[in-house]
Structure formats: structure tokens, C-alpha cells
Design a protein around this ligand. Structure first.
Ligand SMILES: [Zn+2]
Length: 512
């Protein structure tokens, strides 16, 4: 099984300085390679009817992102002004064509190497002529160019835009077979990084399981250094059970008030790692501190580092919490059922609303931005990924069900209405069924799989003792964005109201 393991590196001062140096040089190297390709493209990509006729004609169209043949200087030979430079001999590859009968070489075909092939070969020259490059491992320089290739191929596949010149590079990569693990002790081990030396790292996993060490990536994050190893380990993933073999299901509904509502009636709280009042205020202060510093000054760099460190801490805290929750969910039942959410669509900004006179009406853009921040902080997609991985390791299937109307549908009579919801409360406008909105949604999601829910001994009745039925009238009036659970209603004191036209107070037995 191939997995990616991350470890925290503990470089000493000299090693850290070298690592920092490398990142600067590698960034320049990448930008240089990108510029070389772009210039090659701009000076050669002319139409055939233009004044100057180039040997290779037009190569590709950046607007439609289509490559014609294989002659594009962005991904293929680097040519300057249509002239093949003599020193590019390095980059030629000869193929000999043999005659079938006589088996003699008839002609020699010169094939152009790819742009990365040429640039990788030039790295040898760079290393012998420039001091900064000479200290960097040649394989690292080559993977640096291979990464630029990935950027270009992603551009042509319409995944990202045209590769940019970067102002900051935070990682570099060793090819398989370059990094060696040494001195494996109880709490730490060392990794031999060619060009840098033996660097200590925290041994947070069992390294004896590693059968084969593949690519290793060194990353700088929030002032810390990490090594990410792609390893083949002895463990084998179990076969995933089919739904017929499974007995129980847990439905989960992700939200803002409660981060996860499980169909057994339990909840996982939303800690709001970076959008809680205290943290949000502190982060705003750090951001403000940066904007007050002079551009290009050392103080500005210091302030940026402080913010980055803080953000990294928050990201780690969120990561750890998400793993904990994913474990709880996967351990609950044989199958996990979750909504199929389109999160990128949910966090789109509010569209401007025109008033028909050339102006704009209020569209609550600030409110929507705030909500988007909270959604992104909840990291639903990350939780889903972690659940998927833990379920895969446990051999349990994860079922995605359509998310439509899970928050509005009544589980008893099936009536779908926006008015059924008021914040955390669910009260059907037709049959007056009362429930906790999130738990109800999670049960609707789980129900679609057609398996039984496991009972949780700690779970209270359906309303979990927290939902107090609200008055019928107030629910009719209620409008608003309920898709994410309207957090503004959390602190509203629930009122025991009256249902329908009857003036009788709600009896205990009807609270379910
Ligand atoms: Zn109903």
C-alpha cells in the first residue's frame, strides 16, 4: 500500500539556513525556466502568412488551450527567434532509422527533446558555472523543472491558469532513491538529504513498516519544516464490504451550529477554530499590523511570519479535531451515509442585485462573506475526506446521497417546505412533527441506504431535550437562509407555544 507520511523536521541552524537558501535559488530557477519557455513561445508562435516564416509554424493557442502537434516551446523545444541555437546540441536525441533488408543505417533523425528535457540538461551547465546552483542537488533542480511541466499540463487540462512567476516557493522534492533513513531511535530518526546532510525528524510513525521509500518533499510551513514521504508499506487495505453484508448505517449531517449531527442523536460541536470571536479578532490584528508596516521592510517580513505561524497553528488544530470526529463517525456503524454537497457553490459570493436604474440594491454581501468564512472554517470537505480514508482502512463503504431537501423534508409525512425549519428546530407545518433539525436531516440521509440505525445509549429522545416546540405562527413567518442552520437564532430563548388554532398548551407527550 502506498501512503504519504508527514514528519516534522528538526534541522539545526546551519541546515535551516541552507534550506532557506535552496528555496530562494529554486524559486529563481523556476522563474528563469518559465521565462525561457514563454519567450520561446512569444517569438515563435507566428502565423504562417506573417513576414517572418518560422521553421515550426504556430504551435498552440493559449485562448483555446490547444496544442498543435508537439512543437510548442512552452512544453517543447526552447528556440530563440526561430533559430536553433548551437548550444542546444545538448538537447538533441538521435534516432537511427535502419533499412529493413540490409540492416544498415539509412538516415539519422534528430528528435527534439521536450522543453523540460532540455532545461534539465542545462542544469548540469548551471551547476558547473554558478555557485548558487552548485550547492543544490541536481535531482532537486530537475524535479523543480518537472513541477513546472505539471503546471503547464494542468493549464492545458483547464485545471489552473497560465503558470505565474512566483514570489515565494515553499517546497522542493527529491526523486526516489535519493533520501535515506538513518539512525532510527525511539523518538527521532535522521533522514540523509543529499546536499544538506543528516537532518533529524520526529519519528511519529513506525519506520520499520517502510518497504520502499519513494519521493520525499521538504516543505516550509508557518516557520516549521516538514518532510513528506511517499512510502510503500506492508499493510494491506481490507476489501470493502458490500451493502448487503452491512447491518447498520450512520447518517451524518454537517452544519454550522453543530458541526456533525449523527443519526444516533449525538453531535460533534463546531469549535470554529479560526472564526470564533477571540481568534478572528487576533487574526485581524495581525493582519492590520502587516498593512501598517512599510512595504519591503524587515518589520513587514517579521509581521507576515507571525501571521503565517498563527495560521499554521490553527490549521493544525483544525486538522487534529477533524481526525477525531472522523474516527467517531466511522466507528459508529458499518456504513457511513453523507450528503453530496457542492461546497464550492455554497461559498460563492452574493450576486449583485440591480435596481433597474443603473444602481444596486442591498444584497447582504457582507453577511454572505461572513457565512462563507464560517463554512470554510468548518472544513466539511476535509472531514468528508478523512471519513473516506478511515472508512477505507476499516473496509466500510461510504454512501453519498443527494443533499436536496434533507433540511426541509418532514420524516413523518414527507412534506417539503422551507417553513418547516426555524434554526435548530424542525416543526412540520402539515403534521406538526417536532424534531431536532440536524438530527432529523442526518436520519433522512441515513434512511436512504435502507439499513437500521444503531441506538446510542447516551442519546436522549428525538428532540434530544433541546428542541422546544415553537409556536405555529412564528414558523409561518420565518424566512431566511436555513441551508446551513441559521446561527443567529441559536441564543433565542425557545418558547413553548401553541400548535394550530387550538389554544391548549402543548402536552409533554407531544414533544416526542
Ligand atoms: Zn410532516
Amino acid at each position: 500500500m502506498q501512503v504519504r507520511w508527514n514528519f516534522k523536521l528538526l534541522p539545526n541552524q546551519t541546515q535551516e539556513a541552507t534550506l532557506e537558501d535552496w528555496l530562494v535559488t529554486l524559486r529563481k530557477h523556476r522563474n528563469y525556466a518559465l521565462r525561457e519557455r514563454t519567450i520561446g513561445f512569444e517569438t515563435n508562435n507566428k502565423d504562417s502568412d506573417s513576414a517572418i516564416i518560422y521553421a515550426y509554424g504556430s504551435y498552440c493557442d493559449l485562448d483555446s488551450r490547444i496544442e498543435f502537434g508537439s512543437g510548442c516551446p512552452l512544453t517543447c523545444p526552447v528556440l530563440k527567434h526561430g533559430v536553433i541555437p548551437q548550444d542546444l546540441e545538448l538537447a538533441t536525441k538521435e534516432t537511427k532509422v535502419k533499412d529493413k533488408d540490409t540492416k544498415k543505417v539509412v538516415e539519422t533523425v534528430v528528435k527534439w527533446d521536450s522543453a523540460s528535457g532540455i532545461q534539465m540538461k542545462v542544469t548540469t551547465q548551471l551547476r558547473s558555472s554558478i555557485l548558487h546552483f552548485s550547492i543544490i542537488n541536481s535531482a532537486v533542480l530537475q524535479t523543480n523543472i518537472a513541477r513546472l511541466d505539471t503546471a503547464f499540463s494542468n493549464f492545458y487540462k483547464r485545471r489552473i491558469g497560465y503558470p505565474n512567476f512566483i514570489r515565494r516557493l515553499d517546497s522542493f522534492e527529491y526523486k526516489p532513491g535519493h533520501v535515506q533513513l538513518r539512525h532510527i531511535r525511539k523518538n527521532y530518526a535522521t533522514a540523509y538529504l543529499p546536499g544538506i546532510g543528516d537532518v533529524k525528524f520526529l519519528r511519529s510513525r513506525d519506520l520499520t513498516l517502510i518497504q520502499d521509500l519513494r519521493t520525499c518533499t521538504i516543505t516550509r510551513k508557518g516557520g516549521n519544516w516538514y518532510i513528506s514521504m511517499l512510502v510503500n508499506i506492508a499493510d494491506v487495505l481490507p476489501a470493502i464490504k458490500s451493502l448487503e453484508e452491512c447491518k447498520s448505517v450512520v447518517g451524518i449531517d454537517v452544519g454550522i451550529n453543530k458541526l456533525i449531527a449523527l443519526s444516533d442523536g449525538s453531535f460533534q460541536e463546531n469549535k470554529r477554530i479560526s472564526t470564533n470571536k477571540r481568534t478572528a479578532r487576533r487574526m485581524a490584528m495581525r493582519q492590520r499590523a502587516i498593512s501598517r508596516k512599510l512595504k519591503g521592510s524587515k518589520n513587514k517580513i517579521k509581521a507576515v511570519k507571525k501571521l503565517a505561524k498563527q495560521q499554521h497553528k490553527l490549521a493544525q488544530r483544525r486538522d487534529g479535531y477533524d481526525w477525531q470526529m472522523a474516527k467517531v463517525v466511522v466507528d459508529t456503524a458499518d456504513v457511513v451515509a453523507r450528503e453530496n454537497l457542492n461546497i464550492p457553490n455554497m461559498v460563492k459570493r452574493a450576486k449583485p442585485s440591480h435596481d433597474g436604474k443603473g444602481g444596486y440594491k442591498r444584497n447582504n454581501a457582507a453577511q454572505k462573506t461572513g457565512l462563507n468564512k464560517v463554512i470554510l472554517d468548518a472544513s466539511w470537505g476535509d472531514i468528508f475526506d478523512k471519513i473516506a480514508w478511515l472508512a477505507l482502512k476499516a473496509g466500510k463503504p461510504v454512501v453519498e446521497v443527494p443533499a436536496k431537501y434533507t433540511s426541509q423534508e418532514c420524516p413523518k409525512c414527507g412534506h417539503i417546505d422551507k417553513k418547516n425549519r426555524k434554526g435548530e428546530k424542525f416543526l412540520c407545518v402539515v403534521c406538526h412533527h417536532v424534531d431536532h433539525a440536524d438530527t432529523k436531516a442526518s436520519r433522512l440521509i441515513g434512511r436512504k441506504v435502507g439499513l437500521v440505525f444503531l441506538k446510542n445509549k447516551l442519546t436522549l429522545p428525538a428532540d434530544c431535550g433541546k428542541v422546544t416546540p415553537s409556536s405555529y405562527q412564528s414558523i409561518v413567518v420565518e424566512t431566511g437562509n436555513h441551508a446551513f442552520g441559521n446561527h443567529r437564532h441559536v441564543r433565542e430563548t425557545p418558547t413553548v407555544g401553541y400548535l394550530g388554532d387550538t389554544a391548549e398548551p402543548l402536552k409533554e407527550s407531544r414533544r416526542l
